[in-house]
Ligand binder design. Structure first.
Ligand code: GLU
Length: 310
């Protein structure tokens, strides 16, 4: 296994020059495009890693899977999905177009508008971000996970497109709270700093029906895990989700910080990181690592018997 992971990293290194680090959030522009790392945690709790696996980065859109968990726990299925749909958009993650022209509700919780609506379901009670951070720490198995303050402030300052979507949704009474409150929580959720082992720990819990792989303790209810993994399949890789489903075939979620988290049903959690992105916002290095691992470990959800590579 370790050899395969090392090989996956070496394979991915051949592509990372094609990537461009996100700059629309100024603080993300400081990401080092040469960083590349991966961690894999099996259902038995065995952990493998390679490269810059301990390099911290911000979750960005990967947080959308966790804010969805929190919202479903807090307010339930009917409430959350009265605010946001479950259909892929075919548009960029930050697109506003269908909010106005197709349906006033964001199409799914994995795009920015949908995640802002989801975050609005988590506002309320004492310390919404503290509650979210507790969930992240539990899912990732590390108590020291915290906010990257510089990225949060940078995103809050630069996030005008998100602001536009939030106010549009507020004007249609879609948000559960004031637009600025939902945005502030959303920006913080995106700015939580993690590394690949944190995310692989989380992904193996998803792969294990919401239970900790070693202790067996239930961390997330099964029905919630099912919804999150399904949306990862259909919407997790932005408007590249269809191609990723064919080429890699693992429920996954990427973020513009350069991370991708992937959950191999009943088997393992994988997280890969490399800051350079493709035109759709997916990390090129992380994508290639997952592609390699899927092929060499036969991880595609419809692996079949024909080894023809597409
Ligand atoms: N915080 C980022 C934004 O709102 C998240 C985008 C992403 O990772 O897809 O634009």
């Amino acid at each position: 296994m370790q050899q395969t992971i090392d090989d996956a990293l070496a394979y991915a290194r051949g592509f990372i020059k094609e990537g461009k680090v996100a700059t629309y959030i100024p603080e993300l522009a400081k990401g080092n495009p040469d960083h590349v790392g991966v961690c894999l945690v099996t259902k038995k709790g065995e952990t493998y890693h390679a490269g810059d696996w301990q390099q911290e980065f911000t979750m960005q859109s990967i947080s959308k899977t966790m804010s969805l968990i929190l919202a479903l726990e807090l307010v339930g299925y009917d409430k959350v999905f009265s605010k946001v749909g479950v259909e892929p958009t075919g548009d960029a993650f930050n697109s506003i177009v269908k909010l106005e022209t197709k349906t006033l509700h964001p199409l799914n919780p994995m795009i920015n508008a949908g995640a802002i609506a989801t975050a609005s379901c988590c506002v309320g009670g004492e310390d919404p971000f503290g509650r979210f951070l507790d969930l992240v720490r539990t899912l990732c198995g590390r108590d020291t996970i915290t906010l990257n303050e510089a990225v949060y402030l940078s995103e809050k300052k630069a996030g005008m497109r998100n602001r536009a979507m939030a106010y549009l949704m507020q004007s249609e009474n879609i948000l559960e709270c004031d637009a600025e409150e939902a945005l502030d929580l959303y920006f913080k959720m995106c700015s939580v700093s993690i590394h690949t082992q944190d995310l692989a720990n989380y992904a193996v819990i998803l792969a294990n029906d919401g239970c900790h792989p070693v202790t067996g303790e239930r961390i997330v209810e099964s029905w919630i895990v099912r919804i999150v993994k399904t949306l990862m399949v259909t919407c997790g890789m932005y408007d590249g989700s269809g191609e990723f489903a064919i080429k890699v075939g693992i429920p996954a979620k990427s973020g513009v910080g350069g991370g991708i988290v992937a959950s191999v049903e009943g088997q393992m959690g994988i997280a890969a990181f490399c800051p350079g992105l493709d035109a759709k916002g997916n990390s090129i290095g992380a994508y290639r690592i997952l592609e390699y691992l899927s092929r060499h470990l036969n991880l595609h959800y419809f692996a079949g018997t024909d080894k023809k590579v597409v």
